[in-house]
Design a protein. Structure first.
Length: 291
């Protein structure tokens, strides 16, 4: 790491317009003043995870890789919400296709001379085949992303998954008009449409392929010809390493590499599906961006 990488970063609040109307609340991190920027990177978050959860990682990454790093909240979420989640109409497709595409477009327009990279956490790694600017992306790094199915969790976790998809999630969403985030243990409530679409994907063997050309646009799998790094977490029960490897099927024209981050790399304690971007796991952050 260079001396510049340890210097204070700068950041600014930005707005990201979507073609269909919503405006997303973003936060752009820049390397220390005077440092030459080497790339522009957008970090697409996981389902129900607030933008600012990624802020400390984004600040670190801005210095570590001398990058402009964009984070943001999806429509109807966090700082991008414009009303009650009970009345929100957004779904997973809005977030993966429209919002992720708008964030990528905004970053490419803001830094037209810089190499472009994408990092996606869980849902955040699924949208690139739908985006027109996918061909401009030098590298996609997905973290804990893969075509989940309730039968493909570790055996001891399958009961929890069945309870969520077939009992707790549906009952709570029907009763409240939204999916309460406390069921997932992360506190962020989800619009009902997002829950039902997410559920369809995770109880079907073809995951979201069944909605291509219908609820979702038809993706162009040949667009991404750069490098795709598929990163799994050793103790991730939601998207285990074997499921992460299956995500390669969505990037047939890309150069694929795989990495599994061991629990020990994060300094001890569980990582799971959501903790890798927390400061507690900072020791493992270089593994997300190197190699």
């Amino acid at each position: 790491m260079t001396e510049q990488a340890t210097s204070p970063h700068s950041d600014e609040m930005v707005t990201i317009p979507c073609a269909d109307g919503p405006v997303l609340a973003g936060r752009l991190f820049l390397p220390p003043e005077g440092a030459e920027m080497d790339l522009a990177l957008v970090l697409h978050g996981a389902t129900g995870v607030p933008r600012d959860y990624y802020a400390r990682f984004a600040a670190w990454l801005a210095g570590y890789r001398r990058a402009a790093v964009l984070i943001y909240d999806y429509r109807d979420c966090g700082h991008s919400a414009r009303g009650s989640v009970r009345h929100a109409r957004s779904d997973m497709g809005d977030w993966a296709v429209r919002d992720q595409g708008a964030a990528l477009d905004w970053l490419a327009a803001r830094f037209p001379g810089l190499p472009l990279e994408v990092m996606g956490h869980s849902l955040g790694g699924m949208g690139l085949p739908f985006h027109e600017k996918a061909g401009l992306v030098r590298r996609l790094t997905t973290v804990a992303t893969g075509p989940a199915h309730w039968t493909r969790h570790p055996r001891h976790f399958i009961g929890k998954a069945m309870a969520f998809w077939f009992l707790l999630g549906p009952v709570a969403t029907l009763a409240l008009g939204y999916m309460p985030g406390r069921i997932l243990g992360q506190g962020a409530d989800l619009p009902a449409r997002a829950f039902w679409q997410w559920r369809r994907w995770c109880i079907r063997r073809d995951f979201y392929r069944g909605e291509w050309g219908r609820a979702l646009p038809q993706p162009d799998l040949s667009r991404m010809t750069g490098e795709v790094r598929l990163i799994a977490i050793e103790d991730d029960e939601m998207i285990p390493p074997a499921v992460v490897r299956d995500h390669a099927a969505f990037f047939p024209a890309a150069r694929i590499t795989h990495r599994t981050i061991p629990v020990a790399a994060a300094g001890g304690g569980a990582i799971g599906h959501l903790r890798i971007f927390s400061e507690r796991c900072k020791a493992a952050w270089p593994l997300l961006v190197e190699g």
